[in-house]
Write a protein that binds this ligand. Structure first.
Ligand SMILES: [Zn+2]
Length: 233
């Protein structure tokens, strides 16, 4: 007896390349999302991180440094791992979105140091989730909250480099996306506030005096500082 329509093999819902619903990511986009990062070489880990971040952002995900030692660094999707309360905050204090972000994504890039260069390879080029909206398109995602801003300001005040601050923000507040440009802006605001209309040298003199350092200054006829002498016991 010939098979009737009802007996026909059911079409699998998740057939490769088939559009099964409005949320489905187009195949071309998906391929780009899962793309391997080409084998590359970099002088420093920081330079490599910039490149990896740009690569990820263009494809709708974000990368963070995971682990490593002196000669090997692993960089993973920011949705790798499972949720872990590392800040001593109650569950309700943390954003719902952040709680749900981690999904054990296996995407992993590897930097290996050899012959004075960092060699980048893709250890696992696949994500277990869909790409998110491009973070460049939504600068609101880069907006730091008050806690993060204070954290960044504290690092700015001790003279940490912008790249270090970006990394520390990422590490401490998982999933935080900032750029060095954001940090330069924070630093510029901090400097403006510290100077309060004074020149940097005047601000330095005031600071030294406030800390009990003996300071003598020389001024020109227009009351502009021309020389500063100070001595520390
Ligand atoms: Zn992922």
């Amino acid at each position: 007896m010939p098979p009737t329509e009802a007996d026909a093999e059911p079409v699998p819902a998740e057939q490769e390349g088939a559009a099964t619903g409005p949320d489905l990511v187009p195949v071309a986009r998906r391929a780009s999302f899962d793309a391997l990062m080409e084998d590359r070489e970099f002088a420093t880990v920081d330079i490599a991180m910039e490149e990896m971040r740009a690569f990820a952002q263009q494809r709708g995900f974000a990368v963070v440094k995971s682990s490593g030692n002196g000669s090997r660094v692993y960089v993973v999707c920011d949705r790798a791992g499972t949720y872990r309360n590392t800040h001593g905050l109650e569950e309700y204090e943390r954003s719902r979105q952040r709680l749900s972000r981690k999904c054990g994504c296996p995407y992993t890039l590897r930097l290996t140091y050899a012959n004075g260069r960092w060699h980048l390879t893709t250890a696992n080029g696949h994500h277990n989730h869909e790409p998110s909206a491009c973070t460049f398109v939504h600068p609101s995602k880069r907006q730091l909250n008050q806690e993060q801003l204070q954290f960044a300001r504290a690092l700015v005040n001790v003279g940490a480099r912008p790249t270090t601050i970006v990394n520390e923000l990422e590490r401490t507040f998982d999933g935080t996306v900032t750029t060095r440009r954001d940090i330069y802006n924070i630093r510029a605001r901090a400097v403006e506030e510290t100077l309060m209309g004074r020149t940097p040298t005047q601000a330095l003199v005031n600071r030294l005096q406030a800390e009990g350092v003996a300071v003598a200054v020389e001024m020109d006829p227009l009351r502009q500082l021309t020389r500063v002498f100070f001595s520390c016991q």
